[in-house]
Design a protein around this ligand. Structure first.
Ligand SMILES: Cc1cc2nc3c(=O)[nH]c(=O)nc-3n(C[C@H](O)[C@H](O)[C@H](O)COP(=O)(O)OP(=O)(O)OC[C@H]3O[C@@H](n4cnc5c(N)ncnc54)[C@H](O)[C@@H]3O)c2cc1C
Length: 477
């Protein structure tokens, strides 16, 4: 790899290989710290030319990292050249009148919010937290709590991507449409996304409306009172473990009432020591889960709260982390099931999690409209998503136990005509993957066409791709 423009560094710990006399390799990891991967080199491109140079001159596998919030090796594989995209973080064009913004792919949603908020604009779709990069979010085709929206693809106008042969192309619905459909939700498999253009919407004041409901009444409540109400901007429901019988439905409606949270963006900070202790205790202390359900949440959701949409969209994911422990971490999973299968999936989910004694802190229920645009769509029809936030022990037997109940939950989702989400730990079998993503063969054929040596590689594609070049080992130069 030769480039005057590219900064190369070996960040973080150095692989144990050094101790064995082998050359030391830099390690990359995701936010859970569970998937340390020794890469050949970490490169930080600052421009499209830097990315092109890396792709053209490096013969072996290349992998791509954004904010590293995917959890399971989606960002890297052993011995790859790792492109850390976070320095490509500029706003390239912003037209408030046209409500459109073009950004480099390593920028975070938060940095975009800081640009567009003073002009009274908001992102149309994003995750529930703002720390993620645009490239990482496009590559999983993320979603949030938005009602009347589907996945992120719906807000994308176009993207620029560097392909395996070093060409830079623009992909949109009208131009290179197959690359557009494949790269969004394509986990870095087709190339390096270097820029993207998004449609924006007005920022508005939103008021919180909270209902506590038995889970059996939720689907009807959602369909009759939330789904088609144009005032509802955001909605989710928190299903309480370990009984999985009651939930709190939280909606944010546009309003003319004056905001009582004057800040326009949420503060960026980790949870305070007090909050971490409280969260940890509520999740693991004696009667913690019951206290959360019957005392803590009702108190938390009491009273009127009116905020700006951008405030509610700008939370720091670090506030989610309870007291971190050397012996455990906190991880996420998500399953999607068709609307009609909501009640039957809840029964299966509760059975699996209770039988496994999984330490689930929360199950957040979301809604997404069908995605008919991306090849690897996780919502090929209108779906409810179930986001599971759980504590996972770091010991091999604890990880093996989590893997067993994860397999069972994937089977439960598939049995209900559903799918599982790919940014989380890679425990699904190839069969489960192919059943969940039946258009994968089309994606692999496209990948083979534009990346025949499987230059763009990570653990996810090594595990699921059926093309031999992607199944481990160095790519043919
Ligand atoms: C606390 C937490 C909350 C979350 N909440 C949500 C949520 O509400 N909704 C939701 O949908 N998801 C959610 N997620 C999952 C999250 O959206 C994904 O992990 C997303 O990929 C994070 O973006 P990132 O920048 O960290 O990407 P990374 O983890 O760095 O990368 C993800 C994938 O994108 C690829 N990639 C990254 N940058 C590029 C690029 N420029 N070009 C090509 N490929 C690239 C990587 O190779 C990798 O395969 C959550 C995750 C966490 C940890």
């Amino acid at each position: 790899m030769h480039s005057a423009h590219v900064a190369v560094f070996a960040a973080g710990a150095i692989a144990a290989a050094a101790a064995a006399g082998a050359p030391a390799l830099p390690l990359v990891n995701d936010v859970t710290g569970l998937d340390s991967i020794a890469v050949e080199q970490i490169v930080t491109p600052h421009s499209v030319a830097d990315v092109v140079d890396a792709v053209r001159t490096h013969a072996g596998p290349i992998c791509i990292g954004g904010a590293r919030h995917s959890q399971g090796g989606q960002i890297a594989t052993d011995g790859c050249l790792f492109l850390d995209m976070r320095a490509m973080n500029r706003v390239l064009a912003f037209d408030p009148q046209a409500r459109r913004i073009t950004v480099e792919a390593g920028i975070t949603w938060r940095a975009i919010q800081e640009t567009i908020d003073p002009r009274g604009l908001s992102l149309k779709v994003m995750q529930s937290y703002a720390n993620f990069t645009v490239g990482g979010s496009l590559s999983v085709n993320a979603h949030g709590r938005y009602i009347g929206q589907g996945a992120l693809v719906g807000s994308v106008v176009s993207l620029d991507i560097v392909l395996a042969d070093g060409r830079v192309i623009t992909a949109s619905r009208a131009q290179n449409a197959e690359i557009f459909s494949g790269a969004i939700g394509g986990y870095g498999g087709l190339g390096v996304i270097v820029a993207a253009t998004f449609d924006l919407v007005p920022d508005t004041a939103i008021m919180r409306v909270v209902r506590q409901l038995p889970v059996g009444t939720y689907k009807d409540y959602f369909l009759t009172q939330i789904r088609d109400d144009p005032r509802v901007v955001l909605h989710n429901a928190d299903l309480y473990p370990p009984r999985y019988q009651e939930l709190t439905a939280i909606s944010w409606l546009t309003t003319d009432v004056e905001v009582n949270i004057p800040e326009r963006l949420a503060p960026m900070h980790a949870a305070s020591a007090r909050d971490r202790f409280l969260l940890s205790w509520l999740s693991d202390g004696p009667f913690g889960k019951q206290i959360r359900e019957y005392l803590y949440d009702p108190a938390q959701y009491a009273g009127r709260r009116v905020e700006w949409r951008n405030y509610e969209a700008s939370y720091d994911a670090a506030t989610l982390e309870p007291d971190p422990g050397a012996h455990y971490t906190h991880a996420l999973q998500e399953y999607f099931v068709p609307i009609a299968h909501f009640d039957s999936f809840v029964v299966r989910l509760a059975q699996v999690l209770r039988a496994a004694h999984a330490n689930v802190l929360n199950v957040s229920i979301r809604h997404a409209l069908a995605d008919h645009e991306t090849i690897l769509a996780w919502a090929p029809q209108e779906m409810f998503g179930f986001v599971i936030y759980f504590r996972e022990g770091r010991q091999p037997h604890e990880r093996a136990a989590a893997k067993r109940w994860t397999h069972a939950l994937i089977d439960a989702a598939l049995a209900e005509g559903g799918t599982f989400y790919l940014p989380y730990q890679l425990v699904a079998t190839r069969e489960q993957f192919l059943e969940s993503y039946p258009a994968a063969a089309r994606f692999f054929a496209l990948k083979e066409r534009v990346d025949p040596t499987c230059k763009f590689r990570n653990r996810l594609w090594e595990r699921y791709d059926t093309v031999p070049a992607c199944r481990g080992g160095a790519a043919s130069p």
